[in-house]
Design a protein around this ligand. Structure first.
Ligand SMILES: [Zn+2]
Length: 118
């Protein structure tokens, strides 16, 4: 799902997308300057690999996500702590954002229930 950043206003624009067993549900809202706020919840089950025994298991997700999308290159150094994604085509590609969040979680350290118990 792609959304034109220019269409996003102060009225939150809801979205609800899915990838396999994961739902990504939230809204887009105009923030300030070139920035659009994306606030969403990531819920569901993610297939990950245990870092200790190598077994695949399903990790339950329940994450709050807050990202800013910049319409063009983001150059405001005052807000450097913000999590900003730059959009060079003035579109918010929600599937791509969802996929990158999933990849980020996958790259974390995970251990399965068996390894956590021992
Ligand atoms: Zn394990």
């Amino acid at each position: 799902m792609k959304v034109a950043l220019r269409k996003i206003s102060n009225i939150p624009l809801d979205f609800d997308i899915k990838s396999n067993e994961i739902t990504f549900k939230g809204y887009l809202e105009y923030h300030a300057g070139k920035l659009i706020l994306l606030k969403a919840e990531l819920n569901g089950l993610l297939d990950v690999q245990c870092n200790q025994c190598g077994e695949d298991f399903k990790l339950p997700l329940d994450e709050e996500i807050e990202i800013f999308i910049s319409d063009g290159i983001y150059e405001d150094n005052e807000n450097i702590e913000l999590d900003v994604i730059e959009s060079l085509d003035s579109m918010a590609d929600l599937d791509e954002i969802l996929n990158s969040e999933i990849e980020l979680i996958k790259s974390d350290y995970h251990s399965c229930e068996n390894c956590q118990a021992s």
